[in-house]
Design a protein around this ligand. Structure first.
Ligand SMILES: NC(=O)c1ccc[n+]([C@@H]2O[C@H](COP(=O)([O-])OP(=O)(O)OC[C@H]3O[C@@H](n4cnc5c(N)ncnc54)[C@H](OP(=O)(O)O)[C@@H]3O)[C@@H](O)[C@H]2O)c1
Length: 353
């Protein structure tokens, strides 16, 4: 939408109450704010419009008032979030109107941001704008550093990844294949499992919702696991511990099965860490920020060569769709990266991308 067509107000989604377990209709509230005028921009500021906002499992943790790797979102504040969009006006030498960028705008239709918080997107061959919140953004970088730096995957390894059909897990399995490993993916439906094997080239995939999953898991991991990349935690982590090879690496990326509960379930099988001398290591992708550019370049190369494929699940309905989309993420509504289309890019921009 061009600057002159902007309505006098815009909407933002604020945190209203802290959920006890699952997000409810009272967790978030929509508020209306006056549209900032370009002439009000201070030096170093830009006016930004997100086209697509990312949904991330970690968002549930940001709603808890606890010590973590990032401060909680405060009651009354606009919900934190990252997206891709366009600069509508700029009072910064670094950006001009029409630049396509990635930005931590939060859940709002418009944002005034500092130029240093905004990152220009230079589309590489085969890439699209939305890849910068997916395979070339945080999920792809998480897969890259988690598997290569924490998991230290090597050719011939047997890698098991949970949450395999999501934004991060789907890239983990494909990087493992690039590196010459054998890969088993764990996901929540037959359709997702088929996609992992038939489209992405995983060696095998299992649906953790099947009744005989534990039996099938034991059958599929007879050779024992070298690297377990955990996005899910809970029972799947316990099963994986039971099938770890000596000196296995357990990459603790996330535990989505435990995010919506007050009493997270720890691993019962933890003594396997001792007997199998497992290295179980947590990490946060931000720790690798200085190496993002190098990783992005390699991921972009794999994407352009077709060694990595991606899928997006885009929910439409504007900014007010965000709370519902976040709940849908925990229900497994997505294959690949989940995002909401907040304001579609203009026809001219779509033609350029
Ligand atoms: N450490 C880091 O720096 C870092 C950075 C980014 C992400 N992460 C973590 O990486 C994981 C994946 O994140 P993402 O952004 O790529 O999300 P995602 O995998 O695209 O989406 C989440 C997926 O989790 C699965 N899921 C939901 N509830 C589940 C449950 N109870 N048990 C098993 N699976 C469940 C769903 O797929 P199914 O249909 O398969 O259930 C859903 O599609 C999360 O744990 C996230 O917190 C960590």
């Amino acid at each position: 939408m061009a600057l002159q067509q902007l309505p006098p107000t815009y909407k933002a989604i604020h945190l209203a109450t802290r959920p006890k377990d699952h997000i409810t209709p009272t967790t978030f509230t929509t508020q209306t704010h006056p549209t900032p005028s370009p002439s009000s921009l201070q030096p170093g500021q830009v006016l930004y419009q997100p086209h697509y906002l990312s949904l991330d499992p970690a968002m549930r943790g940001w709603l808890n008032d606890v010590r973590s790797y990032i401060p909680p979102v405060q009651i009354g504040a606009v919900m934190r979030g990252v997206g891709v969009g366009t600069i509508l006006a700029s009072n910064s030498p670094l950006f001009k109107e029409g630049d396509v960028v990635q930005a931590p705008s939060g859940w709002r239709e418009l944002a005034v941001l500092k130029d240093r918080d905004v990152e220009r997107i230079s589309l590489t061959p085969g890439a699209r704008m939305t890849d910068y919140i997916g395979v070339l953004g945080m999920p792809g970088l998480t897969a890259y550093f988690g598997l290569l730096e924490v998991g230290r995957v090597k050719a011939g390894d047997f890698v098991v990844v949970s949450g395999a059909a999501g934004a991060t897990g789907s890239v983990v399995g494909q990087i493992a294949k690039v590196k010459g490993a054998r890969v088993l993916g764990i996901a929540g439906s037959e359709e997702k499992c088929r996609w992992l094997v038939e489209e992405l080239g995983f060696d095998a995939a299992l649906n953790y919702k099947e009744k005989d999953f534990a039996k099938k898991f034991r059958g599929a991991t007879k050779g024992l696991i070298d690297v377990f990349f955990d996005n899910v935690g809970g029972e799947v982590l316990d099963l994986a511990l039971g099938r770890a090879k000596e000196f296995a690496r357990f990459v603790m990326c996330g535990g989505i099965s435990q995010y919506n509960t007050k009493n997270a379930q720890g691993p019962k099988n933890y003594l396997m860490i001792v007997t199998m001398r497992i290295r179980m290591e947590g990490f946060v992708v931000f720790d690798y920020a200085k190496d993002y550019a190098k990783a992005q370049k390699e991921l972009a190369q794999w994407l352009s060569e077709g060694k990595i494929k991606r899928q997006e699940t885009i929910m439409k309905g504007g900014i007010e769709k965000m709370p519902e989309a976040l709940q849908a993420l925990y229900a497994g509504a997505n294959t690949g990266k989940l995002m909401v289309e907040v304001t579609p890019p203009s026809k001219q921009l779509q033609a350029k991308l």
